[in-house]
Write a protein that binds this ligand. Structure first.
Ligand SMILES: [Zn+2]
Length: 177
């Protein structure tokens, strides 16, 4: 999944809890959700290929440990917001893994790392098509290959449209207050 789509599902996850919390809480959760929906792909900067970019940042165990540390440290320094911070980070990162698993084209998710190093994906993947740099993802031949699975491409476009629609709706709602 492309970075912009990760940001979009981060927004959707944040917006989903909008009605449950006060505005300032929602804003913090929303920004954490968006940031950490995108963050795992930072490993792409250090990888020579698209297919090889899934580091430990793309494993659940990393985020379970990271969020546990955030929760424990937060209890000391931000006792009123530590649960929200840990949940925001975890929701964003977990959604990233989930959507990368659903829309995997060249590399999947190692759900049970480090116990198993099996790569999981929903649709068949073609690692050989991912032997290009992450900066060539928007160019052919990668782009044509990426669009081959119309269902997955449609899903990704849909996530972006839904997020844009919701952003416009929320701005409109805020202005009417
Ligand atoms: Zn990713």
């Amino acid at each position: 999944m492309f970075i912009i789509s990760h940001a979009a599902h981060g927004y959707l996850a944040g917006a989903a809890i909008q009605s449950r919390y006060s505005v300032s809480y929602f804003k913090l959760f929303l920004w954490l959700c968006i940031s950490f929906s995108v963050f795992p792909d930072i490993d792409g900067v250090f990888s020579p290929t698209v297919a090889g970019h899934h580091s430990v940042l793309h494993t659940p165990i990393f985020w379970i440990i990271a969020c546990s540390i955030i929760y424990v440290l937060g209890r000391k320094y931000y006792p009123t917001k530590n649960t929200l911070i840990a949940l925001g980070v975890f929701s964003g990162a977990f959604m990233h893994l989930l959507t990368d698993w659903i829309t995997a084209r060249t590399v999947g998710i190692q759900w049970f790392y480090p116990l198993l190093k099996t790569d999981y994906y929903l649709y068949p993947i073609s690692p050989d098509q991912g032997q290009v740099s992450v900066y060539e993802m928007l160019m052919n031949p990668y782009w044509s290959f990426y669009m081959e699975n119309k269902l997955l491409f449609g899903f990704e476009v849909g996530v972006n449209f839904l997020a844009v629609f919701l952003i416009i709706y929320n701005i409109y709602k805020q202005q009417r207050k």
